[in-house]
Design a protein around this ligand. Structure first.
Ligand code: APR
Length: 253
């Protein structure tokens, strides 16, 4: 079944999905906690999610860190330990995105709000972590970024200052500016398709990406477990490990 929208022809395929018939030349994908849920990492806003059990103000704001750095270190140390454990591995959705990046001939940018390393472990190469990375820490004086796999605490000696107490997790807290925004906005304004996967759309600016992509009339698609209320052109509901491989395989054919 075909119908015409202002700039592109669309087709309903057998996956009850809508995709452009012409080959897209530029795709931006945004992922959120939902893509890592089936790998065993809690999402933030589920009933038993991270923010139900940890006060956001205390563990994810600059003010909370200034008040009680040890509590913040411990929160991210637990997250880091979990991500590095043998139990946590990339799932079929991460793998499908990595495969797509390798096989797609146009421009492809993967932006993630996730601070885990599962996209990289699945084989993705071009990943922008807009909310930072668990396996990195940053010097408060020089802003230099270092890898970290162990626990970080107030006694950890900074590799550049050689003094303790100067390091923080390299994650973006509430009230801070996400990373890579210029590059992300440029890609959004130039893309043909924007796909958001496993994100509730509660946090700005990621929640407004589909509107930025619309500036050049990109086709916008949401792949999520449930309805989020955002006005994408198309919605595909289901577990990420099912809907992501099918959607991206469909784009390659
Ligand atoms: N498959 C697909 N989607 C899923 C799955 C799954 N298996 N499990 C959960 N989801 C969906 C949920 O329905 C929800 O819409 O993933 C979304 C997760 O939403 P949040 O917990 O709000 O996570 P996210 O959108 O990534 O949060 C954004 O908030 O606190 C900050 O910095 C944190 O990066 C995070 C940001």
């Amino acid at each position: 079944m075909f119908f015409k929208l202002p700039c592109l022809y669309y087709v309903f395929d057998s996956f009850a999905n809508i995709r452009p018939m012409e080959k897209p030349s530029s795709i931006v994908v945004l992922t959120g906690a939902g893509i890592s849920a089936e790998s065993g990492i809690e999402t933030f806003r589920a009933a038993d999610g991270l923010w139900a059990n940890h006060p956001v103000d205390e563990v994810a704001t600059p003010e909370g860190f200034a008040r009680n750095p040890q509590l913040v270190y411990e929160f991210y140390n637990q997250r880091r330990e979990q991500v590095l454990s043998d139990d946590i591995n990339p799932n079929a959705a991460h793998t499908a995105l990595a495969k797509f990046e390798h096989e797609f001939e146009g421009n492809f940018l993967l932006v993630t709000q996730n601070i885990d390393n599962l996209h990289e472990r699945a084989g993705s190469r071009n990943v922008l972590h807009m909310h930072g990375e668990l396996l990195k820490m940053r010097c408060l004086n020089s802003q230099m970024v270092f890898d970290i796999r162990e626990s970080l605490n107030f006694d950890t000696q900074c590799q550049c200052c050689r003094s303790p107490g100067n390091l923080r997790p390299h994650v973006v807290w509430f009230g801070e500016m996400p990373f890579h925004m210029n590059q992300i906005n440029m890609a959004l304004e130039a893309c043909d398709i924007f796909v958001a996967i496993g994100t509730s759309g509660n946090v700005y600016p990621a929640s407004s990406f589909y509107q930025t992509a619309k500036i050049r009339r990109a086709h916008t698609v949401e792949l999520n477990l449930e309805e989020t209320g955002s006005s994408f052109d198309a919605h595909v509901y289901g577990q990420a490990t099912e809907v992501v491989p099918r959607y991206f395989e469909g784009l390659l054919t």
